[in-house]
Design a protein around this ligand. Sequence first.
Ligand code: GTP
Ligand code: MG
Length: 232
Amino acid sequence: MESVKQLKTYIENNNFNLHEISNELNEWKNSLIIYNFALDEINTKLKILNEEFQFIHNHNPIEHIKSRIKDPKGIMQKLHRKGYPITIENAKKYIHDIAGVRITCSFISDIYEIYNIIEKQDDIKVIQVKDYIQNPKPNGYKSLHLIISIPVFLSTGMQEVLVEIQIRTIAMDFWASLEHKIYYKFDKSVPAHLLSELKDAADAAHGLDVKMKKIKDSVDIFQTIGKNQTLI
Ligand code: GTP
Ligand code: MG
């Protein structure tokens, strides 16, 4: 309510043109449509990869995929925070997570398997890799972050579109979503004892990842030996 009042005061005092604002917001939304197409392409690639893996290796490297487009308000705030003038051109140039995909896997080995396959695709360019699994953040955050570019073909020609891909295990994802909620609940200044408990939880999540992989490997070995025995 308070903000509507502020908006009214602003309109009265500044000869504010709502029509112009609405037109400009529409222009932003139209320019961002291409990011939806990029997400469609990535999602199709990942679906094919996962189904092929299931078919050949009887194993799904991907448990879950979630994608999202940042809304114009979020993009404008991020541009402002980074000190760039708020324009569509600057958004496309400097904001690399307008289109985002989060992939969750069962095992750490799946993460790198997916990365290797993405990297080999000729139409995809890997622009940046941040490996927070090899180099976790001090708070315990682990995940593999990629910025890739993918070509999207429109009637007007081809455009390279940037997409941020985060790949993590289910355990890392569980940890990250709780950490994110806590971070915002405490308005970004989390009490020290919670930070330390979160770090312990991150270590425990990693321990679980390692343990589950060991169990899976034992099962795989057991199955291979079993198969060989039936052959003999
Ligand atoms: P921006 O955060 O996008 O300004 O850029 P950056 O250079 O810091 O990118 P980075 O790859 O470090 O992080 C990008 C995204 O990863 C964030 O927007 C979050 O979604 C996620 N992320 C990074 N660090 C953390 C963390 O400590 N906790 C959680 N829960 N998520 C994180
Ligand atoms: Mg960040």
